[in-house]
Structures are given as C-alpha cells and as structure tokens.
Ligand binder design. Structure first.
Ligand SMILES: [Zn+2]
Length: 194
C-alpha cells in the first residue's frame, strides 16, 4: 500500500478540500456537462508548463502539484535516520534543519557508542531539502521488506515536520532512491551514511 503524504487536492491557500481539477483542451459535450455541474473547471485549450491543475471552490485559488510538493518539503524541520545491522552496528544521524545541527551516533555491533556533532549553514540545510525532494522522500512507502533474510541491513527514516511526524523503514529492502538519499545525508553530515 502506498501512503501519499502529499494531498495535491487540498488548497494551499485556504486549506479547503473542496477543489476540482482543471481540464485543458477542446472540451466535448461530456466535459461541458461536467464543467456545468461544477465537477471540473475548463482551463482553455493550451496547457503550459506551469499551468494550474486544481481550482478551489471556496477561495478561487488555482494551483498545481509542483506548488503543493514544494510546500510539503518546506514543512520538513528535520530528519532522523538510522542504518545498520545487528552484527555491524548502526549509524544514527539526526539532522536538525531548524537548529542547523547534525548529530551522529555510532552504536551497537559490540562497539562503544560514539557521538559527533556539527553545525551546518542555512545553505546546506536548504540544499538538503532540495535533495529530499529529488529523491521523493515523502512518496516513499511506509515499509520496505525482503522476507527470509535473518541478519542484514535495517533502516529507518523519521521525517520531523510541523504537525505529525512520518516514519519510513526497511528490512533488507530499499526504495529506488536509497543510494541518492544516503549520499545526501553523507553530504550534509560530512560522513558516509551506509
Ligand atoms: Zn482555497
């Protein structure tokens, strides 16, 4: 099951969910009917790159998925991520995008716990958020699993946001963008996340 954390149909201006899609192109009789009954809004014949895709019946605001996506990623206040295994130990990193601080803990696997901290600048925080967007973190599934492997790699990512936090995790299975995500963490934290 895919949980979509981004609700594109929710008006980014007033928060109303009373929105309808905007349809482009020359409408046929059926589409005209739909438009008359307020199920869709006709956007005209030409669709451009930044054309709005939704219309709010309550405040008349028009927007597209890109705008909602940007807004959702701007709400991320931090990331807590861990990766590792029972025998080799875990890397746990907390990236605080408000306090501009990174904490790194290495633990488990018979090692003594080691913690490091470093501060980051606003630019690093912003480019990290851009990278979270490009790996589509918010659209990852809740859980990735590969049954039948006893010891291996476990990971968890907690997305700290305004409001509710979101947790994604995996057991020997990863989203397609996992490597890109790890290198984004590595870049902001200054150590290899693996
Ligand atoms: Zn609205």
């Amino acid at each position: 099951m895919v949980i979509l954390t981004i609700n594109y149909k929710k008006c980014p201006k007033c928060g109303s969910e009373n929105a309808i899609p905007i349809v482009y192109g020359l409408p046929g009789p059926e589409l005209f009917k739909k438009a008359e009954t307020g199920k869709v809004k006709l956007g005209g014949c030409c669709i451009e790159e930044n054309s709005p895709e939704y219309y709010c019946n309550d405040c008349e605001y028009e927007w597209n998925k890109e705008e909602v996506t940007d807004k959702a990623y701007k709400k991320i206040r931090g990331i807590k991520a861990s990766v590792g295994g029972f025998s080799r130990g875990y890397n746990k990193v907390t990236i605080d995008l408000t306090g501009l601080n990174v904490e790194w803990i290495i633990c488990g696997g018979g090692m003594e716990e080691v913690a490091h901290q470093k501060s980051i600048d606003v630019q690093a925080a912003e480019s990290f958020i851009d990278q979270l967007k490009s790996v589509k973190l918010l659209n990852w599934k809740r859980k990735y699993e590969s049954p039948g492997i006893l010891d291996g790699t476990q990971w968890e990512v907690e997305i700290i946001r305004e409001g509710r936090n979101i947790v994604k995790s995996g057991d020997n299975a990863f989203p397609d963008q996992w490597d890109a995500f790890c290198s984004a963490i590595g870049k902001v934290a200054g150590r290899k996340f693996e």
